[in-house]
Design a protein around this ligand. Structure first.
Ligand SMILES: [Zn+2]
Length: 126
């Protein structure tokens, strides 16, 4: 049975496309985004790698139970490299106030407007 693998093969492209859109949006914030841009690429590459393995599983008629091993491998890589994959914080790194969505997604230093007021000029540079 490869029903789960086929389902994943179809629907995993949705998060890949969303990540690609996010990556394109990050280009507008090249002055501030820092390591978060690399993180988006890394997560996308990991998802595409998993997608290729799932495709191979289907072609080779590998049973769905082996997807558990693949999921474990993906989670292991993500945990092992968690600082590079997930540099996101919901609160300011300095004063712990909640960050806005724009700062969470597009500001690599994870500082709020008060702690990091000077970088708005840099956002407009391509
Ligand atoms: Zn702050």
């Amino acid at each position: 049975m490869t029903a789960v693998a086929r389902f994943l093969l179809k629907w995993m492209l949705v998060p890949v496309l969303l990540l690609w859109g996010y990556h394109l949006a990050q280009r507008r914030y090249s002055g501030t985004v820092g390591a978060k841009r690399e993180a988006t690429l890394l997560v996308t590459v990991l998802l595409i790698a998993a997608w290729v393995v799932i495709y191979a599983f289907i072609r080779l008629a590998v049973r769905d139970i082996f997807l558990v091993a693949l999921a474990a491998a993906v989670i292991a890589v993500a945990v092992w490299q968690r600082r590079r994959f997930f540099p996101y914080r919901l609160r300011c790194a300095q004063c712990f106030r909640p960050l806005g969505l724009e700062r969470i997604l597009f500001h690599g230093n994870n500082l709020c407007e008060t702690c990091d007021p000077g970088d708005h000029a840099k956002e407009t540079t391509p």
